[in-house]
Each structure stands twice: as C-alpha cells, then as structure tokens.
Write a protein that binds this ligand. Structure first.
Ligand code: IPE
Ligand code: IPE
Ligand code: MG
Ligand code: MG
Ligand code: MG
Length: 294
C-alpha cells in the first residue's frame, strides 16, 4: 500500500466534496457563506472525513456514498473550531494558518458561520441519505450524540471549567479529552462503518478504535501546544499554559504524555486489526497521527 498516495486521494475527495456540498460563497447573505467557506476551506488535515471514507472502504461491497457523511463531520468539526477560538472561549487569533474567523470577519459573523456549519452538517445527512432512511437515522443519531451536551459540547464546557483549577483530577482530564475531541473521532469511524453496512462486531471495533484514537489525538494536541511553534502548527502555540488549561502536559508532564499517547495508539491499532480490507490504511493513519507535527 502506498500510504501517502492513498491519503492524498482521500483528502482530494474530501476537498471536492466540500466544494460541491457547501452553498457557494455568493449565496445571500454572501458575508455568511463567505465566512463558512473561509474557515472550512483553509486546509485542515481533514482527519475526521478521511476516517469516514477509509472506514467505509473496509466494507467494499456496499453501495452507499460516504462522502456526504464525511463532509458533514468536517462541517461540524470546523464549527467547533470557530467557536473554540472565540474571545469568550480560547480567544485565539490564528487557525489553520490564517486569522481566526472572528478576526477576519467579526465576532457575530464567526458565531453565525459556526451555527450555520453545525446546522448544515445535519442537513447533509438528511438530504444525502434521503433514499436510505434507516442509514440516515443511524448517521443522524451518531452525529447528534457525538456533538451534543454530554460529549463534544460537554467536553468543551468541562475544558473551560477546568481552567486555572489546581485540583483538577486525571478523571476530569479524561472526561474533557474523551468528549471534546474523542467523541468526533469515534463518530467518524462509526459513521464510515454505517455507510459500509458494517456488522455489529465491526462497528464495535470501529467505536473502540475511535475511543483510543481520539484520546491519543488530544494528548498529542496538548504535547504539540507545548513543544511546537505557531508557524508549524498554524495556530498559536503555548496557549494552554498561558490560559492555565488542564492538559495532559500539565498533569502528567511531556514524557508520560508521550507514553500515554503511544499506549492509546497501540490500543486503537489492535482494534483496527479486527477489520477487513482497508484496515492497513487506517493502521498507518493512526501511526501517522501519533507522529504528526501539526
Ligand atoms: C484541532 O483539530 C482541534 C482538536 C480537536 C484537537 P485538528 O488538529 O484536527 O485540526 P485541523 O482540522 O487539522 O485544523
Ligand atoms: C478543541 O480543543 C476541541 C474542540 C474544538 C472541540 P483545543 O482548544 O485544545 O483545540 P485547539 O488547540 O485550539 O485546536
Ligand atoms: Mg479549547
Ligand atoms: Mg483552542
Ligand atoms: Mg489544543
């Protein structure tokens, strides 16, 4: 398997899907649709939509197109970044190598662009799978669960509540990471499996892999914040320490965090190896994520 070529192919499919499935920037009101595309088409890693496509490809006999689900996941993720960067949250100026949405436009436009991307994610599932109501229902259920008050949004709330908290525990930190970040990575793999009509045992393996991968991903994000420069990251480095966030680096230190990320990655790979077909690609992707520099 030529991993870089395959990854490039998946990423290109995602970019083309975004271009096609988002309203044109000129759609009225153009300022809103321009802002949606500004944040979405800024060249993120596209990890989550690639997970959707690659998980679906583990089950090649299916006929469902996973692309609307992949784009939905990236719309939802991008909304969470726009809101995460707002002054009332992490107050960041730089995202995906560009000024954040509220810097490039204004706070109200950034807030609304986030709202619109969140809503568009569900519209994409409802319309993209209208001819397969059972699949549409399962995808809507998975994404609404992952994005909801007990997962992504709950994790974001807990993240803010844990700022400047001297007595935050490892359990608090686990809750934050598994939910603010882990939930969407888990949902991406499961949604790919749903598009692939995966059997229950394979969906279970995808979910378990996503849980481990999601935790590893946010541990690595914490390490990168503390060890890499802003130009490489495309977002402001050192923000976690400046805001006194509860992170793996703060609670466990860099070396122990690296070991924990490696352990979670290995656990994810053990689950991915239970899958047929394209599992080698997903395994290589998990390894690449653990070694990433952005
Ligand atoms: C950043 O996610 C926010 C986290 C959940 C850690 P990514 O590191 O996947 O950001 P992009 O999509 O590549 O910009
Ligand atoms: C963000 O976590 C998680 C979500 C956006 C849901 P961070 O606040 O650590 O992400 P970055 O470092 O700003 O990308
Ligand atoms: Mg944050
Ligand atoms: Mg942030
Ligand atoms: Mg971070």
């Amino acid at each position: 398997m030529d991993f870089p070529a395959k990854l490039k192919k998946y990423t290109a499919r995602v970019e083309a899907g975004i271009e096609r499935l988002l309203p044109p920037a000129t759609t009225r009101p153009a300022r809103l649709h321009t802002a949606m595309r500004y944040s979405l088409q800024a060249g993120g890693k596209r990890l989550r939509p690639v997970l959707v496509l690659a998980a679906a490809d583990c089950f090649p006999s299916n006929e469902n197109n996973p692309l609307p689900a992949a784009v939905a996941v990236e719309c939802l993720h991008t909304y969470s970044l726009i809101h995460d960067d707002l002054p009332c949250m992490d107050n960041d100026d730089l995202r995906r190598g560009r000024p954040t949405a509220h810097k490039a436009f204004d706070e109200a436009t950034a807030l609304l662009a986030g709202d619109a991307l969140l809503t568009h994610a569900f519209a994409l599932l409802a319309t993209g799978y209208a001819a397969q109501p059972a699949l549409a229902q399962a995808l809507l259920h998975e994404l609404s669960d992952a994005a909801g008050s007990q997962r992504l949004i709950g994790g974001q709330m807990a993240d803010l509540l844990a700022e400047k908290k001297a007595d935050a525990t490892a359990d608090d930190l686990d809750f934050i990471h598994r939910n603010k970040t882990g939930a969407m990575i888990e949902a991406s793999l499961v949604m790919g499996g749903l598009c692939g009509d995966a059997a229950g045992r394979h969906l279970n393996a995808l979910r378990a892999a996503g849980r481990h991968l999601g935790l590893a991903f946010q541990i690595t994000d914490d390490i990168l914040d503390a060890t890499t420069d802003s130009a490489t990251l495309g977002k402001t480095a050192g923000k976690d320490a400046a805001a006194d966030k509860t992170t793996f680096v703060k609670l466990h230190g860099i070396e122990a965090s690296r070991a924990l990320a490696a352990k979670s990655t290995a656990a994810a790979i053990a689950e991915l190896e239970k899958l047929p077909e394209q599992a080698p690609f997903l395994v290589a992707l998990a390894e690449t994520m653990a070694q990433r520099t952005t």
